[in-house]
Design a protein around this ligand. Structure first.
Ligand code: SF4
Length: 412
């Protein structure tokens, strides 16, 4: 976590996810973790392992895979094996609905290969079967010493609990009051399930909770309430956030409010991928939310102006985007050899209006020539103008200056 962040995190227990000598902590003093989920058919072990690898490479610290049928459960050990062979150190969380109790029981190698189980209390059966099947899953978690996430979802709420609360409240209830009943049912479902898991022997610090809804204001109010009613680590995510900018904006709006209040120990951005868009985008968005809020640093940030009529060519956008990609691409190497580089800021500005001012505030900044300006690009390093670049090799020369700065400033 970032010790200089002004955000005071909610006090929570720490859940430990362990596998093959590796550990990822969630909650307590652990940084807010980024997680994601595959969308491959889990039964296709190779395709799933490749996507997990891509998500982990992009920065996902926990990856969830759906385990929805016997073929998927049978493939889990092979997925883990492939990842270990590729030196991909990321815990796999099995996402179970309806038949998790059977799959965990029938496929012990799957139960063992997973590092954590996600249980949706709304999807473990109804009536008398519900407690029995939930108990079977918790017994597996105890037997294999796996932490769990009790993940309640607005779209699959425990119908028995909802009906009970509606019975108590539905008479003359307004739509707003009914919404509050739904929210209360979500929270109670999570808390009662956690309580039951503890009664069945699961240590309290091995439980993470989530209560996902798809409306921003509902999510904020549900989590605010949940946060004061327990000290389990909380997983945040706006479920079914949507496609493209809508999904990104809605998730950012909801999660930022909660994170600013110190709520949230791990996050996932549930974006509907646009055709051809890489799955890793959800990881990048999650990292960017945490980084722009000052909670964590993952990769050097590019500060760029939006451009306007003073930027007459696309050169400025190209340079900003080229530098952003370059920084991301270099991070795995820099991270090993140049600790602290992830907090570096690089400004790429379109003209003299705000260019020099913004560039001076960044570690390195360049102000490109706008319309009518002399064809020169002043470069600032730690607030001091060190050079003026000209000609058609500005991008290459600026990149070299960035390289040099990283090598000289962030040393082992
Ligand atoms: Fe336009 Fe210059 Fe401002 Fe960029 S810095 S938005 S180019 S005026």
């Amino acid at each position: 976590s970032n010790p200089t962040s002004p955000i005071k995190r909610r006090v929570s227990q720490q859940s430990i996810i362990e596998w093959a000598g590796q550990v990822v902590t969630v909650g307590g003093d652990a940084p807010v973790r980024v997680q994601s989920m595959t969308n491959t058919d889990t039964a296709d072990a190779i395709a799933t392992a490749i996507q997990v690898k891509e998500l982990a490479k992009a920065g996902s610290e926990i990856v969830r895979i759906t385990v929805d049928n016997p073929a998927a459960a049978a493939a889990v050990p092979a997925i883990r094996e492939q990842l270990d062979k590729m030196d991909v150190y990321v815990p796999l969380v099995g996402d179970f609905h309806y038949n998790g109790h059977t799959l965990l029981n029938d496929y012990p190698d799957c139960a063992q290969a997973l590092s954590k189980y996600r249980i949706n209390p709304g999807n473990v059966g109804q009536g008398a079967k519900r407690d029995m099947q939930f108990s079977q899953m918790i017994e597996m978690a105890c037997r294999y010493k796996k932490p769990i996430r009790i993940g309640v979802n607005w779209g699959s709420l425990d119908q028995d609990l909802l009906a009970k609360l509606l019975d108590q409240n539905a008479v003359s209830a307004t739509p707003k009051e009914l919404n509050q009943v739904m929210a209360e049912a979500l929270i109670q479902s999570a808390l009662q399930s956690a309580q039951r898991a503890q009664e069945l022997g699961l240590p309290s610090n091995q439980i993470t909770l989530s209560c996902k809804v798809s409306n921003v204001q509902d999510l904020i109010s549900v989590y605010r309430d949940l946060a004061v009613r327990c000290d389990y680590p909380l997983h945040l995510g706006l479920t079914e956030a949507g496609i493209g900018s809508k999904g990104i904006v809605a998730s950012t709006a909801a999660l930022s409010v909660l994170l600013q209040e110190g709520i949230g120990d791990t996050i996932r951005i549930s974006l509907t991928p646009e055709p051809g868009a890489p799955r890793e985008n959800e990881v990048i968005v999650a990292q960017e939310i945490l980084q722009t809020m000052g909670l964590r640093h993952f990769t050097p940030m590019v500060i760029a102006c939006p451009g306007c009529g003073r930027t007459t060519s696309t050169y400025f956008q190209e340079l900003a985007s080229r530098i952003q990609s370059y920084l991301r691409h270099q991070m795995p190497i820099w991270k090993k050899n140049h600790p602290g580089v992830e907090s570096m800021n690089v400004a790429v500005m379109g003209c003299i209006v705000n260019g020099p001012g913004e560039s001076k505030h960044a570690n390195i900044g360049i102000s490109l020539p706008g319309t009518g300006e002399s064809p020169a690009a002043p470069v600032f390093v730690d607030g001091v103008k060190v050079k003026t670049l000209r000609g058609d090799k500005i991008a290459e020369e600026f990149q070299l200056i960035v390289d040099e700065y990283v090598k000289n400033t962030y040393q082992n």
